[in-house]
Design a protein around this ligand. Structure first.
Ligand SMILES: Nc1ncnc2c1ncn2[C@@H]1O[C@H](COP(=O)(O)OP(=O)(O)OP(=O)(O)O)[C@@H](O)[C@H]1O
Length: 601
């Protein structure tokens, strides 16, 4: 499983340099957003920069769900509207919007969790459509309950001036609040993206199965993200309501507004922390100046401007404005980089099988049907500590289906899977997260890298299972990468690895979970002879650390030299099991799987 890619040996120091440079650029941008209107001191310019802060904040909050978690919400105006209405209603009752802001955030977070839980079962356009439908429901509710919301006529805020009421004669205090809230939302988004939650969200977005296999509770992390995003959106909604001094259902629960929020992130760089800010900085002035210059004739013009910019971005910078920034840093890195030495995994060594220990996994009478197909037919076996169990059989025999059932990805029709916990008690886990907690990790037959992440980040997703803190997870990922011969590629995009590298990455991600039982699904398929030898050695070294392994494999050289025990599956049934040599001489196995040529060879 060897491969090569160009990574500089002092990448770490250059990366730190780039981070500093990016940090300075960001500070300069933020300073410009705050200082420009103060220096120009014009009401309209103030309005533009306050609007930039509001939209940058809203879009950054949206990006936590739409970008990090990949759930394309077009109903975020629900949370904005809740924040605006709760803030204005409470102000009318004599309660400061500073308190109303938190009340709105709490209600929006609760509503977000309730409506998102069923919607998260939907993917792609269906999720987006469901959020649009819910937004319409909220708009109609706001129109209907006129006693509370003022119905179609909307609600004015009482003109109490002062910080307590968030209403000012001057523009500067409004800029201070808008700017402060935007910075707060940016800080929350940055914190999420650089900690465990962010890694888990991006992993869930990229490959849900692989994320679940790495012990990520995918529904839970998405719900946390949507609750945070909704709360932040509602807080900004409260402020915006006070800034506009008037709200009504058509604009508060508006689809166009929702799309606008998403658009800034799409143009700036969806899924990046600062992309939405760049999108707002680019687009808000254009549209506000156009509105200011053309007045009523420019109604709807912003839609046209967004459309044109979006088309240009899709054609020339598909990753948004942040894609341009990224290209700049990659160019700088490559300009100073040198080719790294290709990783040399450990040398092949003689194999002396140790005595297997106590039972760790018990599979009893597993049955699974797909329609009329009996895919797994009364399968039973036991895995012992420190044992390597080879699982072989012809294509379609039911091996992967069996793996899916013994890792919680699929329910059996009947039968049991039990795993012995570290304390010696037996458990019957039912989902991937429970299996992961008991120390069962798996790889996938078709490699499932998190393509938008680096090699290091991919491995960290597994490491977070044992190490919740980002620095510990990074250190664990580096240790694992070292063992797997992936250390020179830590900063490479996972998608840039060869198939051999991707197979190693698949194993590394699971190894970073520090599993007690490792389920390997054809990790040697498609790699060359020399790499098979290295992979065998790697598996032996993994087993030497006390991990028990079940390996589905078609490469018989590996099966013969690795396995303590072999199980042969054919048409869903165990047709033979025992020591490798005995199994390959079994006439039934030769007939069903190996063929006579194998015995002669
Ligand atoms: N979700 C599914 N729905 C219907 N049939 C399925 C499903 N998954 C697998 N099958 C069928 O079940 C049978 C066993 O598939 P499985 O992938 O478990 O075999 P396998 O032994 O892993 O094969 P291979 O060595 O080719 O990977 C195949 O006939 C397959 O087409």
């Amino acid at each position: 499983m060897s491969d090569s890619t160009n990574i500089s040996p002092d990448t770490a120091s250059r990366t730190a340099g780039h981070t500093r440079l990016a940090g300075l650029a960001l500070l300069a941008l933020l300073a410009a957003i705050f200082i420009t209107p103060v220096v120009v001191d014009d009401q309209f310019v103030y309005h533009i920069f306050i609007t930039i802060c509001i939209f940058a904040g809203l879009s950054t909050a949206w990006n936590i769900v739409g970008g990090f978690a990949g759930q394309l919400s077009l109903g975020h105006a629900i949370f904005y509207g809740i924040g605006a209405y709760v803030g204005v209603m409470l102000t009318n009752m004599g309660i400061s919007p500073w308190l109303g802001m938190f009340a709105g955030a709490g209600i929006a977070a609760a509503v977000a969790v309730v409506i998102s839980y069923p919607c998260f079962r939907l993917h792609g356009p269906f999720f987006a459509l469901s959020t649009i439908a819910l937004l319409e429901v909220f708009r109609v509710l706001a129109l209907h309950f006129r006693d509370f919301t003022g119905g179609a006529t909307g609600m004015m805020i009482p003109l109490n001036i002062g910080w307590e009421w968030m209403v000012f004669r001057e523009r500067l205090p409004a800029l201070i609040i808008a700017f402060g809230m935007m910075c707060f939302i940016l800080a929350v988004a940055w914190w999420i993206r650089s900690h465990r939650l962010g890694f888990q969200l991006v992993a869930t977005r990229e490959r849900e199965s692989a994320a679940r296999g790495a012990g990520v509770s995918t529904v839970k992390v998405r719900l946390i993200a949507v609750a945070i995003s909704a709360a932040l959106t509602a807080m900004m909604g409260t402020f915006h309501g006070m800034y506009l001094t008037f709200i009504e259902p058509e604009s508060a629960f508006s689809l166009a507004f929702s799309i606008q929020i998403a658009m800034f992130a799409l143009i700036g760089g969806i899924g990046t922390v600062f992309g939405p800010l760049l999108g707002a900085v680019l687009l808000v002035p254009i549209t506000e100046f156009a509105r200011g210059a053309l007045g009523a004739e420019a109604i709807g013009l912003h839609g046209f401007v967004y459309g044109v910019v979006l088309v240009l971005v899709v054609i020339f910078i598909p990753n948004g404005l942040m894609g341009l920034v990224g290209r700049f840093f990659v160019a700088r890195r490559d300009a100073g980089g040198q080719a790294a030495a290709v990783a040399e995994p450990a040398q092949a060594r003689a194999f002396t099988p140790p005595e297997p220990g106590e039972e760790i996994v018990r599979v009893r009478n597993l049955n699974k049907h797909f329609g009329g197909l009996h895919v797994t037919n009364d399968v039973s076996f036991t895995l012992r500590e420190g044992e390597i169990l080879g699982l072989i059989g012809p294509n379609g025999a039911g091996k992967t289906t069996l793996f899916n059932m013994i890792s919680g990805f699929m329910d059996a029709d009947s039968g049991t899977v039990e795993v012995r916990g570290p304390d010696g008690t037996w458990h019957s886990p039912t989902n991937p997260a429970d299996f992961a907690t008991l120390g069962v990790g798996r790889t996938f037959q078709i490699v499932q890298p998190f393509a938008a992440m680096t090699v290091e980040e991919n491995i960290m997703v597994g490491a977070f299972h044992r190490y919740p803190h980002v620095n510990d997870a990074r250190a664990a990922a580096r240790r694992t990468a070292e063992k797997m011969g992936l250390a020179p590629f830590l900063d490479a995009e996972a998608s840039s690895l060869t198939i051999g590298g991707l197979k190693r990455l698949e194993v590394a991600r699971v190894m970073a979970m520090e599993p007690r039982v490792l389920l390997l699904d054809e990790v040697m398929a498609g790699i060359n002879q020399a790499d098979v030898r290295r992979a065998i050695d790697l598996m032996l070294s993994i087993r030497d650390t006390g991990v028990s392994i079940i390996a589905i494999e078609h490469v018989m050289q590996a099966v013969m030299s690795l396995s303590d025990h072999v199980i042969v599956l054919s048409s869903g049934k165990v047709i033979a099991e025992g020591k490798p040599q005995a199994v390959v001489e079994d006439p039934q196995v030769i007939e069903a799987y190996l063929g006579k040529e194998f015995t002669h060879a």
